[in-house]
Design a protein around this ligand. Sequence first.
Ligand code: DGL
Length: 266
Amino acid sequence: MEERKKAIGLLDSGVGGLTLVRELNRLLPGENIVYFGDTARMPYGPKGPEEVRSYATEIIEFLASTQDIKLMIVACNTATAVGLSYYQARFSFPVLGVLEPGAQAALDKSQTRRIGVIGTEATIASKAYPNAILAMDKGAKVFDKACPLFVLLVENQLIDTPEAYKIAQSYLEPLLQQGIDTLILGCTHYPLMEHVLAAVTGEQAALVNSAQYTALAARKTLSEKGLLNAEKGGWQRFFVSGEPRNFEEIGGRLLGYDIKAYRVLF
Ligand code: DGL
């Protein structure tokens, strides 16, 4: 197969990485996409780094051996935080994560350089965001907070409930008290509840959805390698490890068209 016609592979624990598919649809509509949501083993956030790394590696191996892939995007902050350089060393195609693009975007946006980061327990424990931000700007101040319930609210379709607002309030209040002016949504599930988060942060903090910046990074990588597919109407194929219905329902609503997911049993 002609190299540029190969697909972009994406992985996440569930529907979160679809927020990146939405951005790719806007920016690179000609690209073919294969997506894997590891719904049977979701959430990744409470799991240890080795376990998450091994799941992500298994998924990339599956996509690499059954699909034609020219670029892999780890559309999951947790799997990026615990293993990006590991995957990059292991596979021959380029592998992008979602963390650096978000960190850079936050620095570009922030006036006060007081930046908040929310993510899963594993992402926050890894300190990957503060490390990335401080490597780019030593004078920045980073305040982070694990928000373990957010992924469950999204995956269980509970975001538009009074409880979701209360939970968001209790997670974000300590960060707002630190005077942050920018908040990184350090989990690809969080843009699905952006309206809830924005209602809590109000005018004080701009929200950074790293999906937008990762899509730009993907375009840059493909363009540098002469692999952009400029044709219209790329196709998409979705795989899940669990029951597909919930994934198809949330995904269809997010993307604005019906999707069908194939179940893969590891
Ligand atoms: N969406 C993922 C992330 O960006 C993982 C969420 C989870 O499974 O805990 O971190």
